[in-house]
Design a protein around this ligand. Structure first.
Ligand SMILES: [Ca+2]
Ligand SMILES: [Ca+2]
Length: 322
């Protein structure tokens, strides 16, 4: 089935780390109007070394992204190269001349990882591979090379908050209370916090799902098939940055980061002020700085980044970057 897609609006704002706030519906589920707080992290090759084939003045300066057109592609529905009815990376690559002719400078790929597709690919079952419906890692590499040759940068969708329930990490985690990956997800006898999904009830009313195999509940901000990773576990934090490096090492130019405000939660019993924290936790801000540091590490390879920003949360809870 070809999924429907609707981007109500995309706003690029702020400095250093660009904030991308969008209302999106996706996939074979009914339109969800899910509100996403996302961060777009950018890396630039042309402004530093001057060796890119990008048109002159198009990518000049570290804040080039302010004037560049970004083009979001839902690979599954975009272009089918082999006639199986499913869009794929080769189909997209075959149309890069058309995309370049539109004046596009940045290609944002919606999730193209292996997935059971409960949430249109935002339920990732493997962060370091390509959905076989769309092709292979070699096809991805060829797409990036072909895009770069046309002065187009490639940005992956990055889903850090949760995995698919079919990801091997969660399969292990739910196997037993003593499994080494048990603490990679958020397990408890009773819900630690309510954290309702304020944007939409389409993901279901319950944020905690009972798992009879081990007699505990796990937390999920979205569908039950999308268990939240436990970012209080330092091994999880480090492991997710390894997934980021995997793509940067391949030549990926940056990321659009999904639901980033939801990384950390904290129960009322320990949170300052005695009120549970469900989004924009200070630890999330700290983790974003680490993520930024990873990206900065690629400056040594001739890439430049927009200047560093400082996250600020207003009295209303709105986060921006100065
Ligand atoms: Ca196909
Ligand atoms: Ca979370």
């Amino acid at each position: 089935m070809i999924p429907k897609r609707s981007v109500r609006y995309v706003k690029l704002a702020a400095r250093g780390v660009a904030e991308n706030v969008g209302l999106m519906g996706r996939g074979k589920r009914p339109m969800t109007d899910r509100r996403l707080l996302a961060v777009l992290l950018l890396v630039l090759t042309a402004a530093c070394g001057g060796s890119s084939s990008a048109p002159a003045n198009r990518f000049s300066g570290p804040e080039w992204y302010r004037d560049v057109v970004f083009y979001q592609v839902w690979v599954r529905s975009y272009a089918d190269s082999n006639g199986d009815g499913i869009g794929d990376l080769r189909g997209l690559r075959d149309r890069l001349d058309y995309i370049a002719a539109l004046g596009v400078g940045g290609l944002w790929l919606s999730p193209m990882y292996p997935t059971p597709y409960v949430d249109s690919g935002y339920d990732v079952a493997d962060y370091t591979d390509i959905n076989p419906d769309y092709g292979t890692l070699a096809d991805y590499d060829a797409l990036v090379a072909a895009a770069h040759a046309r002065g187009i940068r490639v940005f992956n969708d990055l889903v850090l908050n949760h995995t698919s329930s079919e990801h091997p990490w969660f399969v292990e985690s739910r196997a037993s209370r003593n499994n080494p990956r048990r603490d990679w997800y958020v397990w408890a006898d009773e819900p630690l916090y309510a954290c309702p999904n304020a944007a939409s009830q389409a993901f279901g009313a319950e944020r905690w799902t009972f798992d009879p195999a081990t007699g505990q509940r796990y937390y999920h901000q979205f569908y039950p098939q999308q268990p939240d990773l436990n970012y209080w576990n330092p091994v999880v934090r480090d492991t997710m940055l390894e997934q980021v490096r995997f793509w940067l090492d391949r030549g990926t130019d940056g990321f659009r980061v999904d639901a980033i405000g939801a990384l950390f939660e904290e129960p009322a019993s320990t949170a300052p002020g005695g009120k549970e924290i469900c989004a924009d936790h200070p630890m999330t801000h700290a983790y974003l700085k680490r993520l930024r540091s990873v990206l900065d590490g690629y400056a040594e390879r001739g890439r430049c980044w927009p200047r560093r920003g400082t996250p600020v949360t207003s009295a209303t809870g709105r986060t921006s970057f100065t």
